[in-house]
Design a protein around this ligand. Structure first.
Ligand SMILES: [Zn+2]
Length: 346
């Protein structure tokens, strides 16, 4: 799922997003709650109409961003009190409020309100916040089940920080509740990748195979393929769109940093193996020029390429599941991105 934080995939119109093959995207409840307000979107006929995206929309509960974006937040058993990053006003978000907001948006897949556990975090604090997430999950479910004709479905979220036993415990607990899908949250928050992989393993083990498993906020092409091999089905990540706006592209030759001066007179396509609109019609030299000149078209063309790359990657991954050849993609990506990662860091 590409991420459309403010009810928009930055720099792309929804028609292009659809044409790239995406039939689902993620929008952030937190941002839409603060601006323009979910009641405005409800009045517009829901998020799909408001932003003119006819396919599926998954919304997060707002919890994660309250922790990452608010200068002030306080957790109580009842919910979270936080200050808006827009005007400093105090807002209270509880499990029932998170469900109501997502219903007003007309979300197809809603997420329960969870707590965001910082990294690192000691065992006791992690256990306390994980238990609170479980309590909120039950309240979200109760609130959801009280809606007479809900439009969307509601997913549960596994927490447990970076502790194997807490991850397993959380996965067992959340999967005992009748959600149609389960997410693994609280990863990609700065932990080393070995820990992330271990935590996914602890969670996946207890999540039913016949229901979707969704790894929130991950990741690079390699992270995704690795998690698919572990049994994960769904992903969202800002990486393809955010990296594009910073001039970092995913290509069949690894990372390309379009800001690099070596491209100033390089009239070859960004990725000769890519069939996207950008690669078929423009040169590296032109894309670099647009980027250096901060022309808005740079963001559009580069975002288009990165999302096309991710769409094609996921197509390959789906096929590889049938052919039992994920290992080959994994090896290819390992070589590719290790080789060019340093160069992009510069
Ligand atoms: Zn391309």
């Amino acid at each position: 799922m590409p991420v459309g934080t403010q009810a928009s995939i930055k720099a792309l119109d929804p028609h292009t997003v659809s044409a790239l093959g995406f039939r689902i995207l993620l929008c952030n409840t937190y941002h839409l709650l603060l601006r323009p307000g979910t009641e405005i979107i409800k009045k517009a006929g829901g998020l799909h109409k408001f932003m003119n995206f006819p396919w599926l929309i998954l919304t997060d509960s707002g919890g994660f961003q309250v922790f990452s974006l608010s200068s002030f937040n306080k957790i109580t058993k009842e919910g979270i009190i936080f200050r808006s990053y827009l005007d400093g006003s105090e807002i209270f978000l509880n499990p029932e409020g998170a469900i109501l907001a997502q219903c007003e948006l007309g979300s197809d897949i809603m997420m329960v309100l969870d707590t965001c556990i910082p990294y690192p975090c000691d065992f006791e604090k992690t256990r306390e916040l994980t238990n609170l997430t479980h309590h909120w999950a039950e309240r979200c479910l109760e609130s959801y089940l009280s809606i007479s004709k809900p439009k969307g479905v509601l997913f549960g979220i596994v927490q447990g920080g970076m502790y194997e036993d807490l991850r397993s415990f959380s996965a067992r607990y959340v999967s005992s509740l009748p959600f149609p899908g389960y997410a693994i949250g609280g990863l990609s928050v700065g932990e080393p990748s070995e820990i992330r992989i271990k935590m996914i393993e602890c969670a996946v083990e207890h999540l039913p195979e016949e229901k979707p498993r969704y790894l929130m906020g991950v990741g690079t092409p390699l992270d995704i393929v690795e998690a698919v091999m572990q049994g994960v089905d769904m992903f969202d990540c800002v990486l393809p769109t955010r990296n594009a706006r910073r001039g970092t592209l995913f290509t069949s030759q690894g990372y390309v940093n379009i800001r690099n001066s070596r491209y100033k007179d390089d009239f070859s396509p960004l990725d000769p193996a890519c069939a996207c609109y950008t690669c078929r019609n423009f040169t590296k030299a032109y894309l670099r020029h647009l980027f250096q000149a901060k022309e808005l078209l740079a963001y559009t063309l580069l975002t288009l390429h990165n999302l096309y790359y991710y769409a094609k990657l996921m197509e390959r991954v789906r096929l590889a599941i049938y052919l039992d050849s994920l290992e080959l993609i994994y090896e290819e990506l390992t070589k590719l991105y290790q080789k060019t990662a340093e160069e992009v860091e510069e």
